[in-house]
Design a binder for this molecule. Structure first.
Ligand code: G3P
Ligand code: CA
Length: 303
């Protein structure tokens, strides 16, 4: 009996000691300049530049979203076959452009000749107002050059092809390391980026989100020392409620800026802001601005 008790007591003690050490040494996320600069108010982030309003991931979209007064532009990065960072969401060309095949199998020259406004329609395909308007797939460099000031959420879409170093180089060259949050659906990509680009703010990868959800569920969220500054999460993942009030509270206490995607309906926007969301990533930034009582007027566009 005594032996059985010892068998359980020793590991339990070890676990308790480990938890105690973690509790004493855990630290909230280091503050990120990009988030601090945005102040305390809830943020409106134009998802792919506001894909509900105009063709996604285009200079045209980013220009109008900026003029609308959004706080951040969100965009997706991939590599062309000749190693250039291009701003496009899908791995293939057919949904958003008049091209066909994989992005990664085409040169920059070929990609830039495509019409990236070809398939955008606000009336279910009755009209295509942005066809042949000169809307192209931009390079990341062009976006950084054209929009030097506005903070950005930049998503690395492809791991294991060297994009992390290229993103870091581009941010450094354009002096925008303190103006972005870098995200990815690949934890290994984020880990590599953090090593290669120290000091640049990142969001949690899926593994980190799972760990946070599990710790919070166990009531141990206070043990987390995040290596990231933002938490970009959906409200739900299938049956699982990810962005619970409790998770949002824990994340805020760990110093994280909680950014919810992709929130397009105004009742959802209100509900999630009331729950404690710090930012809404939305295809309709005009709706979010309206919910927040901010202007939805597009100011003069700079050429
Ligand atoms: O910020 C996260 C969000 O952008 C993920 O969705 O598929 O539009 O890249 P997706
Ligand atoms: Ca994205």
């Amino acid at each position: 009996m005594l032996r059985v008790a010892r068998f359980f007591v020793a590991p339990l003690l070890l676990v308790l000691i480990a938890l105690g050490v973690l509790a004493l040494t855990s630290k909230p996320a280091a503050p990120a300049a990009v988030i601090n600069a945005l102040g305390e108010r809830p943020l409106v982030i134009a998802h792919r530049g506001g894909k509900g309003l105009w063709p996604e991931n285009s200079l045209f979209a980013f220009e109008r979203a900026q003029a609308l007064g959004v706080d951040m532009l969100e965009m997706d990065l991939r590599l062309s076959s000749d190693g250039e960072l291009v701003v496009i969401h899908d791995s293939t060309l057919q949904r958003t452009s008049n091209g066909d095949g994989a992005v990664a199998e085409h040169t920059l020259e070929h990609l830039q000749a495509l019409d990236a406004g070809y398939h955008w329609s606000a009336d279910g395909g009755q009209s295509y107002p942005y066809r042949a308007q000169g809307i192209a797939i931009p390079t990341f460099a062009a976006v950084l050059e054209r929009f030097p000031k506005i903070p950005k959420v930049v998503e690395i879409k492809v791991p294991d092809v060297g994009m992390e170093a290229l993103v870091c180089e581009a941010l450094t060259a354009h002096q925008q390391r303190d103006r972005v949050i870098v995200g990815s659906f690949y934890d290994r990509s984020l880990q590599l980026f953090r090593e290669q680009c120290p000091g640049v703010a990142t969001s949690a990868g899926p593994g980190s989100v799972r760990l946070l959800v599990a710790l919070n569920w166990l009531g141990l969220g206070g043990l987390l020392s995040p290596s990231y500054q933002a938490l970009q999460i959906p409200e739900r993942h299938g049956e699982l409620e990810v962005a619970s009030a409790s998770l949002l509270q824990t994340a805020a206490l760990r110093g994280l800026n909680v950014q919810l995607w992709t929130i397009n309906e105004q009742p959802d926007m209100r509900r999630l802001l009331d729950r404690g969301a710090h930012a809404l990533i939305t295809d309709y930034p005009d709706r979010a601005l309206q919910v927040l009582g901010r202007s939805t007027r597009i100011s003069a566009l700079h050429d």
